[in-house]
Design a protein around this ligand. Structure first.
Ligand code: SF4
Length: 65
């Protein structure tokens, strides 16, 4: 699974960071970014929850084929 944050959509609420700080961080500008590229398997469920919980729908998930 690859998680990305749409910079234009993110409003910096930090919901994703609160749910899964292992994958999401806030930049100095106050917006989220996903760390690394591949989301470790143990975080798939919480990252999916973070994407569903993002008020701006700024988190996009891509399953690898
Ligand atoms: S929850 Fe969504 S809007 Fe809030 S910081 Fe994370 S990606 Fe940005």
């Amino acid at each position: 699974m690859i998680a990305t944050v749409d910079d234009d959509a993110c409003a910096g609420h930090g919901v994703c960071v609160a749910l899964c700080p292992e994958v999401f961080t806030l930049t100095d500008d106050g917006y989220a970014q996903a760390v690394g590229t591949e989301v470790p398997a143990q975080f798939h469920e919480v990252v999916t929850e973070a994407a569903a919980s993002c008020p701006e729908r700024a988190i996009h998930l891509k399953e690898e084929s």
